[in-house]
Design a protein around this ligand. Structure first.
Ligand SMILES: [Zn+2]
Ligand SMILES: [Zn+2]
Length: 342
């Protein structure tokens, strides 16, 4: 049996383990991708702390996957071998009402979700549906686009959910991996963007990307007041990426009437606000989870056209995944960390 390296999830509150597992063979409609790089997402920390537990054990983690197709299963043209691709991590049933509409992230009976409950990308190879492999143009680096597989697609999806209109004030509450992508996407949509985050380096990069204002949450007593001062009546859209009780309350209070709050990041805290905060604003609160396959096609095109870019802070070999996870947990990274397979 030919084996490969894979970083395995064994259960909540247990460290991931680097193991040798069988190299998977592609079945009908599937391909095997030799993984070039896999971005590291906060989700991995929530597998470790048990906040995210989809009931499965013993699978390979990682869902920001890019590589090269090296084998195809029945029904997939051999011409696809050699394609540089990024992988869509959802494998919906393709038959429920959500899948039929393209919303595989809402599938009621998913077959797989790479790195969440089925085998993902902290490994040398992955087998996935051929349709889930989106071609990456030659001028785009695989280790950079990999990180957009979740960070970028999450931003595109949440941006569409919010229905950003040109000229609107958008607050990105939490500047980091997803935050940098959201800032860029909201600017492309014609919004005036305020980045709220921690640390001069992150906020400087947000400024470089073109935001209209930044607020250092660690040094600002009244973040809501600061947003109101910049916007007049508050924000049209707030993307909440932090998930702490205080940041979620602030995110709600900084909305102008008819504002929309999109919840994306989460920790252990609950969303806890008095109903009047929403009633008196006629505010909308919504969640946004993952992305559609189309969102992945969109982000690849945006990066290929130079309209958006990945922010990668740290590249590590696969065997050093624990170093990357520690950096993620310490919240010291400027953007994404990415594992680069040898
Ligand atoms: Zn489905
Ligand atoms: Zn992710």
């Amino acid at each position: 049996m030919k084996t490969m390296r894979a970083v395995r999830y064994l259960g909540p509150k247990q460290d991931f383990k680097l193991q040798a597992v069988a190299i998977p063979e592609p079945g009908a409609g599937a391909v095997r991708v030799k993984i070039a790089a896999c971005g590291m997402c906060h989700t991995e920390l929530h597998l470790l702390d048990g906040l995210l537990d989809m009931g499965r054990r013993d699978f390979t983690v990682g869902h920001e996957i890019a590589g090269v197709i090296e084998a195809v299963g029945d029904g997939v043209p051999a011409e696809r071998i050699g394609e540089r691709v990024i992988v869509y991590f959802m494998e919906g049933c393709l038959e429920c009402q959500y899948c039929r509409a393209g919303d595989e992230q809402l599938c009621t009976a998913p077959i797989g979700q790479a790195g969440f409950f089925s085998d993902g990308g902290y490994a040398d190879y992955i087998v996935t549906r051929a349709r889930n492999c989106v071609v990456v143009p030659a001028h785009v680096k695989l280790h950079e686009i990999a990180t957009m597989g979740c960070a970028g697609t999450t931003a595109v999806h949440a941006g569409k959910m919010a229905g950003i209109q040109p000229g609107e004030w958008v607050v990105v509450n939490g500047i980091g991996g997803v935050g940098f992508a959201l800032v860029q996407y909201a600017l492309l949509a014609g919004a005036k963007v305020i980045g709220v985050g921690i640390g001069a380096a992150r906020l400087a990069l947000a400024t470089e990307l073109g935001v209209h204002g930044v607020i250092d949450a660690a040094e600002t007593q009244d973040v809501v007041g600061a947003v109101t001062a910049m916007t007049g009546r508050g924000a049209d859209v707030v993307f909440e990426l932090v998930g702490a009780e205080a940041t979620m309350q602030n995110a709600t209070k900084m909305l102008r009437p008819r504002g929309r709050l999109v919840l994306i990041g989460y920790e252990a805290a609950s969303y806890n606000n008095h109903p009047l905060e929403l009633i008196l604003r006629e505010a909308k609160v919504m969640g946004s989870v993952g992305c559609t396959l189309q969102d992945l096609h969109d982000i690849v095109a945006l990066v290929a056209d130079g309209k958006m870019r990945a922010v990668v802070d740290l590249a590590l070999p696969l065997d050093d995944f624990a170093t990357g996870l520690a950096a993620l947990a310490a919240k010291t990274l400027l953007g994404r960390a990415v594992l680069v397979m040898a």
